[in-house]
Design a protein. Structure first.
Length: 558
């Protein structure tokens, strides 16, 4: 059957925003392989929610640890999105220590708990009832007028809506497509100028050992970076089907924070830029993060430990295990064995999808360069991830030992600790104590410098902002991005609306603007960022445009 909309909008066209819509009256969309009915209509935001749309076959059984497959045809029923889906999650036990230490540190209180991570036991997190390996689904929020126009007009006669595709963060080990419940606020803001607004898409991808195993031994019978391949398939799904919801496949902006931003960085550099066009035209990378280590031996050690935990000797055996054993084994692996600030799993250099570190690929021109780019970072990205032991010199050295290759040349180690981040605490290097020193090191290494690599690779013809509302820690900009009304995490509602204006206007036109905020300059030869502070938004020089970031990009530590 040809892909087309199945018109099921009886009486809906004349319905005002305040009307109630029964399940039977909800619109349906025919994808060819399955038919989906909207799960609900948001009267306040005037949009429909199509939830739990399958974009890939279940990655179970023999499909475990492999690239995703296209979904099979199932047209026997209309899917009603009644079953929620969350990929198996896991959290490192250092979250417990971080949750106690960071508030004390920010308040200037001397932390009286143990700073030794080994003294904190691993405690399994209760399992979300939505958890399933069969989790490769996506959600679509589409404005009412956009969907109606798609239904009642010939598609060639209408201007289709821009599309925002969200990739969630969570250290590549937790998170899901419903994490950011403030998406309705973002959609409402996109309608502020009187147009029909943007379509919002969010999808799940495999996490932890399910999506990020790698290394020479694993790759004999498994696909590394399966999580990235899931994302690629979801983005290709958007290209193939979003027009059925009124979306413009030629105006797709992918955006994501932390692991989501790091994932986008890897999509931009996928295959070294050598394979066709990307399935999106614009990207907003917010605090793009990952541990940039190309150490293949480290990948093998992680894989071997996972096999030991599962009490099997091969990937083939692991594929035969009950799902519960894999889920609990993955949780134990991440919970017990992650170094402080690390999540064990994440994107890995594999010689194929990830031929080298993204920073090196960007430096060498091996990336997809036809995109329009916007980037964002926070003023203190590293604090949440630096061990409390870094307050003293030995703790700082411990961080370098745990997060850099074990065979790191002593001259490189000394250059990092003596020249790039010397133990000078008078503020001249951007820190006043060992924690600040460690936080800046981690911020540069895993987050902030990634934005610098992208800006320079695209000739600084990019838009960059810095989120500095105190304390400016990692992810603090998310409640502003997904502002949906009064929120104790949002200290200035106007700033949130301005940021949403910048994001949605970038999605629509490629240029971030706001009628209630200042103009947004290009990064340009002066490396300008728009600094978003509590009471002021102003231009400043990009702190990431530094000699430190240029050194890290060369990968000499690897």
């Amino acid at each position: 059957m040809a892909q087309k909309m199945v018109v099921a909008l009886v009486g809906l066209i004349l319905c005002h925003l305040s009307c109630s819509i029964s399940v039977e009256e909800m619109p349906t969309v025919d994808l060819g392989y399955e038919i989906y009915r909207a799960s609900y209509f948001n009267e306040t935001g005037a949009f429909y929610n199509f939830s739990n749309i399958r974009y890939a076959a279940p990655p179970t059984g023999n499909r475990r640890f492999r690239a995703p497959h296209l979904p099979l045809t199932n047209r026997s029923v209309i899917q009603d999105a009644s079953i929620g889906r969350v990929c198996p999650q896991a959290y490192p036990k250092w979250f417990t220590l971080e949750g106690a230490f960071v508030p004390d540190y920010l308040s200037g209180i001397s932390f009286n708990g143990s700073r030794n991570l080994s003294s904190y036991p691993y405690i399994p997190t209760p399992l979300d009832p939505r958890t399933t390996e069969d989790c490769l689904f996506l959600d679509i929020l589409v404005p009412k007028m956009v969907l109606e126009q798609t239904s009642i007009r010939k598609q060639v006669d209408q201007r289709k809506a821009p599309v925002l595709v969200w990739i969630y963060g969570g250290g590549y080990t937790f998170g899901d497509k419903t994490t950011q419940t403030g998406a309705p606020g973002l959609i409402r803001r996109s309608m502020n100028d009187g147009n029909d607004g943007v379509i919002f898409v969010a999808f799940n991808y495999r996490l932890g050992a399910f999506g990020w195993l790698a290394g020479p031994e694993f790759e004999k019978d498994g696909n590394p970076n399966a999580g990235l391949l899931d994302q690629q398939m979801a983005l290709e799904w958007v290209q193939k089907y979003i027009h059925l919801f009124g979306g413009d496949r030629a105006r797709v902006t992918v955006f994501g924070e932390s692991a989501g931003g790091g994932s986008i960085l890897h999509q931009i550099t996928a295959y070294g830029g050598s394979r066709g066009k990307l399935p999106f035209q614009q990207a907003l990378l917010q605090s793009p993060g990952f541990l940039p280590l190309p150490d293949r031996e480290r990948q093998d050690r992680t894989f071997k430990r996972m096999l030991d935990i599962l009490n099997v000797t091969s990937v083939e055996e692991a594929r035969t295990l009950p799902s519960g054993e894999l889920i609990s084994g993955n949780a134990y692996h991440i919970g017990e064995f992650s170094y402080y600030g690390d999540f064990t799993f994440g994107p890995a250099v594999d010689g194929d999808f990830v031929p080298a570190l993204p920073g090196q690929l960007l430096m060498n021109g091996r990336f997809h360069n036809s995109l329009r780019i916007m980037v964002g970072s926070n003023s203190d990205e590293g604090l949440l991830f630096i061990t409390p032991e870094a307050l003293n010199a030995s703790g700082y050295e411990l961080y370098l030992t745990e997060n850099l290759p074990p065979n790191l040349a002593e001259s490189i180690r000394q250059y990092i600790s003596d020249e790039l981040y010397p133990p000078i605490f008078n503020g001249s290097y951007g820190y006043m104590d060992g924690i600040g020193r460690g936080a800046l090191t981690l911020s540069d290494f895993s987050f902030q410098c990634n934005t610098d690599y992208v800006n320079r690779a695209f000739g600084n013809h990019t838009y960059a902002y810095r989120f500095s509302i105190p304390p400016g820690v990692h992810a603090e900009d998310l409640p502003y991005t997904f502002y949906n009304g009064p929120n104790p995490a949002v200290l200035n509602d106007t700033v949130a609306l301005i940021l949403q204006d910048y994001i949605t206007s970038f999605a629509k036109t490629g240029h971030p603007v706001s009628k209630i905020g200042p103009s947004f300059p290009l990064h340009g030869e002066n490396t300008t960022v728009l600094n978003i502070d509590l009471d002021n938004i102003f231009e400043m020089r990009d702190p990431a445009a530094s000699a430190r970031c240029r050194w890290w990009q060369r990968g000499l530590y690897a």
